[in-house]
Design a protein around this ligand. Structure first.
Ligand code: SF4
Length: 204
């Protein structure tokens, strides 16, 4: 059975796709079948109505998160159809996207303006302090362009969205983490260090 939505704590997570433009060394999908006891491999991707039928009252959740098992921005039209409908059901609901930040590379243009008004928070995986280390760890389809493309996406988000976070996993050295903190500061994004295994934020 497909798990299109799943709750962990006070957050509801939406699983739109198993596809991704990265193949990160630390991705939970390499060795697992899901998170939090939920099986997250899909045999089909949901459409907006599939997901909306499962969230009749978004106000019962503290936050709605577009998350893994894959890169949710690859389903941008569906993601926005869901986000806008949830907003109509509960104008106060908080909506976050966890992403690898490569959407503008994927779509070949700036899609961030489409998020304005629907998305409160974008959490982007920085993962590494430079393009070479990023590609070595994340194996992006976009190769050496991926890192700078992700940072450009971050800057566009900072211009338009209420909350933008760049994050790293705590397997980096203290020196690398400090370099990443500076990169985040230079983009204007907040900076967070995530635990290596974080079952609720395992998408990116
Ligand atoms: S960790 Fe995220 S960005 Fe990396 S391969 Fe997995 S789903 Fe894609």
């Amino acid at each position: 059975m497909n798990t299109f939505v799943y709750g962990i704590g006070k957050s509801l997570y939406i699983n739109l796709t198993n596809r991704c433009t990265n193949r990160c060394d630390f991705c939970l999908r390499r060795e697992g079948d899901g998170v939090g006891g939920y099986y997250l491999w899909l045999d089909r991707e949901p459409d907006a109505q599939d997901v909306l039928d499962l969230i009749p009252d978004p106000s019962v959740w503290q936050e709605i998160v577009f998350c893994g098992y894959g890169e949710p921005m690859l389903r941008l039209d569906t993601l926005l159809a869901i986000a806008s409908a949830l907003r109509k059901r509960d104008p106060g609901c908080r909506i976050r996207i966890n992403t690898n930040g490569q959407a503008n590379l994927y779509y070949g243009g700036n899609v961030v303006p489409r998020l304005k008004g629907w998305i409160d928070t974008v959490s982007i995986s920085l993962n590494a302090p430079d393009a070479q280390s990023y590609q070595k760890m994340c194996h992006s389809d976009f190769g050496a362009k991926a890192f700078d493309g992700m940072l450009d996406f971050t800057r566009e988000c900072v211009k338009l969205l209420p909350e933008v976070i760049l994050s790293v996993v705590d397997v980096l050295s203290p020196e690398e983490i400090e370099k990443c903190r500076k990169i985040a500061r230079d983009t204007g994004a907040e900076f967070r260090v995530r635990e290596f295994i974080d079952s609720s934020d395992s998408d990116s």
